[in-house]
Write a protein that binds this ligand. Structure first.
Ligand code: SF4
Length: 341
């Protein structure tokens, strides 16, 4: 069949969206002249702004403007008006397949999960995921199951000059002197178990900043003020700046691109920085870095092996040993090696 236009129903979260980029790239390579659009949540949309493999985006905001069943049909109407030949549904949710069906997308491809097979025109059975297989393969396996050509996942991101310029302006307005920058992101969405001690992040950042004559920028979402403040308290005021709660996704990506090194937990910003080729050190505890770790030659994971990891907990039911045992000294040493590389 001739495919002139493809809609990708993208994952909801930043990290998953980054990990799906390899599959988006593979779609572009399989259909080089087709229009490739992304149905995306508003908080992820800017991730695609600098992607030259993507032609445009359509918003779906089920927690805001498209809340409830009316919002669902409104979003389906937006897709219908564009008239896509193919919809590739990356998330496993029933609602995702239902939306492309209601939108009248002619060919609908996805995993046959959640009893939604009848909504799809090409169904790929989801095999049990081999232990330790990276999440980026989950999306590529869907494409290979559809008979498309795929290579190793390339999840790299690029920024437009305007995005970089805007981020530099933001940093300068908050006290950046234009030199080396160490970035710290002490939070992790929806999980306290994934959070390493903020005071240890501060300790490592100060040592790195002193050695490299750098400033430290603290990053985080709007709900991460407490953690950001705790890092801030551990930093000498003359080197510290904070952008916690003050960045759009595009700003965040632009700021990450300026960093000499980024210290983070397992988080969406971790995936962004690794995809941007920034030196990224991620402290892992309850999650499995083989499955959700940062992808890229300049990304490094630090963890201490404990018998109970990986686990499914958002709050540790015992003594949080997976994170407690990761010392500031160890992270500092690994980060120093990374900076020198
Ligand atoms: S149960 Fe173990 S792996 Fe899970 S959060 Fe607690 S210490 Fe970490």
């Amino acid at each position: 069949m001739t495919v002139n236009s493809i809609l990708v129903y993208a994952p909801s979260w930043i990290g998953d969206s980054v990990m799906s980029l390899g599959a988006v790239r593979a779609l572009r390579e399989n259909y080089p002249s087709a229009r490739l659009a992304i149905l995306t949540r508003p908080w992820v949309q800017e991730l695609y702004s600098g992607c030259d493999i993507v032609d445009d985006t359509i918003l779906y905001d089920p927690r805001g403007a498209d809340l409830g069943i009316e919002g669902f049909f409104r979003a389906a109407g937006r897709v219908r008006r564009e008239g896509f030949d193919v919809g590739v549904v990356f998330p496993n949710a029933f609602r995702a397949a239902a939306l492309v069906r209601v939108a009248g997308v002619r060919e609908r491809w996805g995993y046959a999960t959640e009893s939604r097979g009848f909504l799809l025109t090409k169904r790929v059975p989801q095999a049990p995921r081999p232990f330790g297989r990276h999440q980026s393969h989950f999306y590529l396996d869907l494409l290979s199951g559809l008979g498309l050509a795929v290579a190793e996942p390339d999840t790299s991101l690029t920024l437009t000059p305007a995005m970089r310029e805007a981020a530099r302006g933001l940093l300068e307005r908050h006290g950046w002197k234009g030199g080396a920058l160490v970035g710290v992101h002490p939070g992790a969405t929806n999980s306290r178990a994934k959070v390493w001690k903020a005071s240890r992040f501060a300790e490592v950042a100060v040592r790195l900043a002193e050695e490299h004559d750098a400033q430290v920028v603290v990053l985080g979402g709007v709900t991460e003020g407490e953690l950001a403040a705790e890092v801030q308290r551990g930093l000498p005021p003359n080197i510290a700046l904070t952008l916690q709660g003050r960045t759009s996704l595009a700003d965040l990506m632009g700021v990450l691109a300026e960093l000499s090194v980024f210290l983070t937990n397992d988080s969406g910003p971790m995936h962004l920085s690794a995809a941007l080729g920034v030196r990224t050190l991620a402290v892992f505890g309850p999650t499995d870095a083989r499955e959700t770790g940062p992808v890229g030659a300049r990304a490094l994971v630090v963890r201490e092996p404990v018998d109970c990891s990986p686990c499914v907990y958002r709050d540790c039911p015992i003594d949080h040993r997976c994170m407690e045992r990761v010392s500031a000294q160890r992270v500092y040493e690994e980060a120093s090696t990374l900076v020198a590389s």
